[in-house]
Every structure is written in structure tokens, then in C-alpha cells.
Write a protein that binds this ligand. Structure first.
Ligand SMILES: *Cc1c(COP(=O)(O)O)cnc(C)c1O
Length: 356
């Protein structure tokens, strides 16, 4: 009996196919494919017909190249390991004017995608004029031998519905795309939409060649008003009842008075999973499922948790922390933490990892 992280490959594949429909998708596989496993995820995406990938680390990009020799691979962070980029045919962001000026001679033969900063302010060119200046300079300089293959941005507010930010970043961006195309610049790839933007627009934006999505492919909804059955979660995280303890009224349980029993004969199940396995502390304010019933978590420790149970629960019973009923996205919407935060926290060195 060990706590287990388990992905159902069929459900994963069904979800991917349903999410992508007939759209052209760049699958985001950063951070070990949101902790689903880079090799597993890339193979599933290839099987679903996806042939374009992106990540934030050059090492991951090179691993994707080994798994997918014919794929287009886009590195969202800048790297100055130019030889490796060329050797593995990795496309890369062009993140700023100063990066271009510093490295333009070394960028020869590398496919770059010009990045517009937008409201997230994480990376990219600040203005249309900055983008134009680099394009003008590049195309008039015979020694500037990078290949301008793409144009892209990232929407930081696509999952926000309360303010005007998303509409603003969308409009600013569309203005940039339209203006550059009107001026006669051409890009093999134009991509901007993450899962939230893709799902709220229900289409690929005008002139765009790809949607660049992650979380929806991995089975979590990017925002709460989406119906649950648009996306299926293939991941189950399950643990086991090690023993049942009875405590009396006013007994404290767990470290630092974590829980005080309200009555005599309170039954606490000791479960073999904790924050050391990556269960977020905020998750412990909610319930788990044992034999189809919900029971509240009372205390979270490094490798254990206490769950208050009734007489239907016995030692060795299976305890579900996450599955397609207790979904990661539902807890995200209850404030437990971003979908990707819980997914990437799950500790696959301590949990048993299984693909079924
Ligand atoms: C993570 C990431 C994505 C994918 O976002 P999801 O919300 O997971 O679809 C797209 N673009 C960039 C730049 C990212 O960092």
C-alpha cells in the first residue's frame, strides 16, 4: 500500500482529442509536461496528431526533439546556447531589442519568433515601433542572418472576466498583427492563445496559425464558467487508510493543535499522504473520498493526513484525493491554488507513479 499518482492514458488521449478538435495546436510541455511526464505527454500528443511543441527550457526542448524528430519545437525563453539551438533545430523567442542587438551575429540560421510583451510584462518587445525597428533593421542588414519565422505574445489575463484587461491585451495584439501584415511582413507562425483564450474565443484568432495551449490538454479547466464535461481529468491521486484512531472531546490531533475533537469517539483515519507528497496545504481545508463518500481532512502533515470518518471506514481503505470527481480545477476555483501549482507540486519521487 503506497500513495499513488495514476494517469489513465485512454482518458488523457480522449481529452486531448476533444480539446483540440480540428484546430492547429502547439502543445505546451513545460515543467515536465505539467508534471504528467514529458515522454508520456509528447507521445500522447503525437498520437493525437499534434506536431508542434513549446517549452521554457532548452534541455526539455532537446528531449522533445529526441521524441519527435519531425516536430516544430519552440523555446519560449531566450537561450544563448546558439549551437545547440541550431543542432536540434529549435525555434526560439526573440525577447527584446537589446537581445537582438547583443546577439544578432550569433543568431544566424536560428528561427526566431518575435515576442510582444503585452500586459504580463514578463518578456518581449514593448511596442509596435520596437518590433518594426528590429524588422526594418534585420531585413536591411545582409549580415543579420537569423530567420524570422514567427510572431507571438502571451495573454496574462485570459482567465479574468471581471475587468477590461483581456479585451485590452487582445486588441493591442490584434492591432500589432494587422499592422505588420498590412506592411507586408510575413510569418510562418503566429500564436498567442493559451487555454483560457482559446476556450473563451472558441476559435483561433484571425491570421493565427496555432493556439498555444497547456492546461486544457492536461485535463483541467482554465476558468470556472466552463462546463465540467468539456474537459476530463485523467489523473487520480490516491492513498490508503493506515489505521483508525479514536479520540475524545477536546483532544488535540496533529502538530501544533491542528485539530481539536468536538466529541468523544471521534474517528480519525490516518492516511499515508501529506504535503511531502505535494498535497497543497490549502487542499486540507476540503474533503477526500473514501468508498464513494466525502470526509473532511482535519490535519495535514508531511507524510500523513488525518481524515475524520465514520464507522463505514476501516484501515486499508482507499482514499481518493483527486480524480475526475474531486477535480484539481474545482479546488483551484475554491482557492486551493492554480491548477498548474497543484499539478507541479505533486512529488513523483515519493508517490508511486503509474500510467494505466
Ligand atoms: C504556460 C504557457 C502557456 C500555456 O498556458 P495554459 O494556460 O496552460 O494553456 C502558453 N504560453 C506561455 C508563454 C506559457 O508560459
Amino acid at each position: 500500500m503506497v500513495a499513488t499518482w495514476e494517469v489513465n492514458s485512454n482518458i488523457f488521449q480522449q481529452n486531448v482529442q476533444r480539446v483540440i478538435g480540428d484546430y492547429n495546436v502547439m502543445a505546451v510541455v513545460k515543467n515536465n509536461a505539467y508534471n504528467y511526464g514529458l515522454e508520456f505527454a509528447v507521445n500522447q500528443f503525437l498520437k493525437a496528431g499534434i506536431s508542434t511543441f513549446s517549452t521554457t527550457s532548452l534541455n526539455e526542448a532537446i528531449r522533445v526533439r529526441q521524441l519527435a524528430p519531425d516536430a516544430t519545437i519552440f523555446l519560449m525563453n531566450p537561450s544563448i546556447e546558439f549551437e545547440k539551438l541550431r543542432a536540434h533545430d529549435i525555434h526560439m523567442t526573440l525577447p527584446s531589442l537589446s537581445f537582438y542587438h547583443q546577439y544578432k551575429s550569433e543568431l544566424h540560421d536560428i528561427h526566431v519568433h518575435v515576442e510582444y510583451e503585452n500586459l504580463l510584462h514578463r518578456s518581449g518587445f514593448k511596442t509596435l515601433d520596437e518590433i518594426l525597428s528590429v524588422l526594418v533593421e534585420h531585413f536591411s542588414d545582409v549580415d543579420s542572418k537569423m530567420k524570422v519565422s514567427g510572431l507571438w505574445t502571451h495573454f496574462g489575463y485570459a482567465d479574468e472576466f471581471d475587468g477590461p484587461e483581456y479585451e485590452k491585451e487582445l486588441q493591442d495584439w490584434m492591432n500589432i498583427v494587422d499592422t505588420l501584415l498590412e506592411k507586408g511582413y510575413q510569418f510562418e507562425m503566429i500564436h498567442a492563445q493559451n487555454s483560457a483564450s482559446f476556450m473563451r474565443e472558441s476559435k483561433v484568432l484571425n491570421h493565427h496559425t496555432h493556439v498555444r495551449i497547456g492546461i486544457a490538454l492536461y485535463g483541467s479547466r482554465p476558468y470556472s464558467s466552463l462546463s465540467r464535461d468539456t474537459i476530463q481529468q485523467s489523473l487520480r491521486v490516491k492513498a490508503n487508510v493506515i489505521q483508525i484512531r479514536e479520540v475524545n472531546e477536546n483532544d488535540y490531533c496533529g502538530y501544533s493543535f491542528a485539530f481539536k475533537a468536538k466529541h468523544d469517539h471521534t474517528r480519525l483515519a490516518v492516511v499515508d499522504i501529506g504535503y511531502g507528497d505535494g498535497i497543497l496545504r490549502t487542499r486540507a481545508q476540503h474533503e477526500v473520498s473514501i468508498k464513494g463518500r466525502k470526509y473532511p481532512i482535519r490535519a495535514l502533515m508531511m507524510s500523513h493526513m488525518f481524515v475524520e470518518v465514520d464507522e463505514n471506514v476501516a484501515s486499508t481503505d482507499e482514499v481518493i484525493i483527486y480524480d475526475n470527481d474531486l477535480r484539481i480545477d474545482d479546488y483551484t476555483f475554491k482557492g486551493v491554488g492554480a491548477n498548474s501549482e497543484q499539478l507541479s507540486a505533486l512529488n513523483l519521487d515519493s508517490l508511486k507513479k503509474e500510467y494505466v
